[in-house]
Design a protein around this ligand. Structure first.
Ligand code: WQD
Length: 336
């Protein structure tokens, strides 16, 4: 029997790609989602890619009693926890919601996992726990000084998961610090389906190229970078999903909690991403230069050595693949 893996937020952008990667790796995922930032309309897409109807439960991860029912109904052996709120700007305006969902949800999940005797957890953390990097590339020993409420919720969850592992040697926990996930499933049937205006650069470029948005506002061209625009570490969402499988496999042989960067290990500027996207879509992206965005940093990219050494994982899809796959998703509708 393939191992049953619960994917919280399994209907979301990263979660849905993790679900498909799990099936491909021989696991039996169970999707858990409250559809606050996703839609059940993704489920038929997952079934088509998986070749069977993946079990899905409509549950809020903060609902411990409902979680207990899920662990009773399914022979879950491990959890990949993707459910959470993730808009940095929004987190500043809605701190209570972010602490409730991101911290409260993780605590409810850990409590029920403990009761059920399930001790393997892959947690969706974020490079935003680092804040303004003191050195580049950023390795996992870098100080955690998050700038945003969102980043602070991720750091708090990392801290309490480390405390859990310190209190009970049975826990096997991977804290995966995502850099900038982007792109879409190569089939064009899964992708980022933001409600309303996207926050992130690549989905914005999709909407601009499709004529749904007018032009790109470049937040600052006076950064201390090669072309003056912000530099980030963009990794393909399918590479990211495969990193979760690699982490799950690694946890089978270790105990404790460990932070691992998931990034390409190199940065691209905004203008480099725009140029790559123009190559992918064959259209010009109109842009205007504006002042820097509050909370932004000049440059952020990963030292991905630990993932390569421990997980034998590295990205295999480059920026052109990210843009081509994102554009294919947009051309096939870009929504569920
Ligand atoms: C990328 C670059 C912007 C929009 C955030 C979160 C991070 C993670 C990924 C969850 C920056 C520039 C963007 C625009 C622009 N989320 N930009 N005009 O801020 O690096 O990371 O999303 O885990 O935690 O912090 O991503 O895509 O918003 O920005 O110039 O309209 O594009 O200044 O340099 P960011 P982003």
């Amino acid at each position: 029997m393939p191992e049953s893996i619960l994917v919280t937020g399994g209907a979301g952008y990263v979660g849905s790609h993790v679900v498909v990667a799990l099936v491909r790796a021989g696991y039996a995922p169970v999707v858990l989602d409250n559809y606050a930032n996703s839609t059940p309309a993704v489920l038929p897409r997952l079934h088509a890619l998986a070749g069977y109807a993946i079990p899905a439960v409509h549950v809020d991860v903060r609902d411990a009693d409902a979680l207990r029912g899920v662990f009773r109904d399914h022979p879950i052996t491990a959890v990949i926890h993707c459910a959470g709120l993730k808009a940095v700007g929004e987190s500043q305006a809605r701190p209570l919601a972010y602490y409730d969902v991101n911290v409260g949800g993780a605590m409810a999940l850990a409590q029920v996992m403990g009761e059920a005797g399930v001790a393997t957890l892959v947690f969706s953390s974020s490079a935003s726990v680092y804040g303004e990097p003191e050195a580049l590339p950023i390795d996992e020993a870098a100080p955690l000084q998050p700038h945003s409420v969102y980043g602070r919720t991720k750091r708090i969850v990392e801290d309490f998961l480390c405390d859990l592992a310190g209190a009970n040697a049975n826990w096997r926990i991977a804290l995966l610090r995502y850099f900038n996930p982007a792109g879409a499933h190569v089939s064009g049937t899964l992708g980022e389906a933001a409600r309303g205006r996207p926050n992130n650069l690549v989905p914005l470029l999709c909407k601009i190229a499709a004529g749904e948005l007018a032009n790109l506002t470049v937040y600052g061209n006076d950064w201390p970078t090669a072309d003056g625009t912000g530099v980030r570490d963009y990794l393909h969402v399918e590479d990211l999903a495969e990193g979760h499988i690699a982490a799950l496999r690694h946890l089978a042989g270790v105990r404790g909690a460990l932070a691992i960067n998931l990034g390409a290990g190199r940065g691209h500027s905004v203008l480099e991403v725009v140029a790559a996207f123009e190559r992918a879509c064959g259209r010009r992206i109109a842009r205007t230069i504006a002042p820097r965005r509050p909370g932004d940093v000049a440059a952020s990219y990963a030292d991905a050595t630990r993932a390569a050494q421990l997980l034998h994982w590295r990205t295999t899809r480059d920026l052109d693949a990210i843009c081509a796959d994102a554009w294919r998703w947009q051309q096939q509708g870009g929504r569920y």
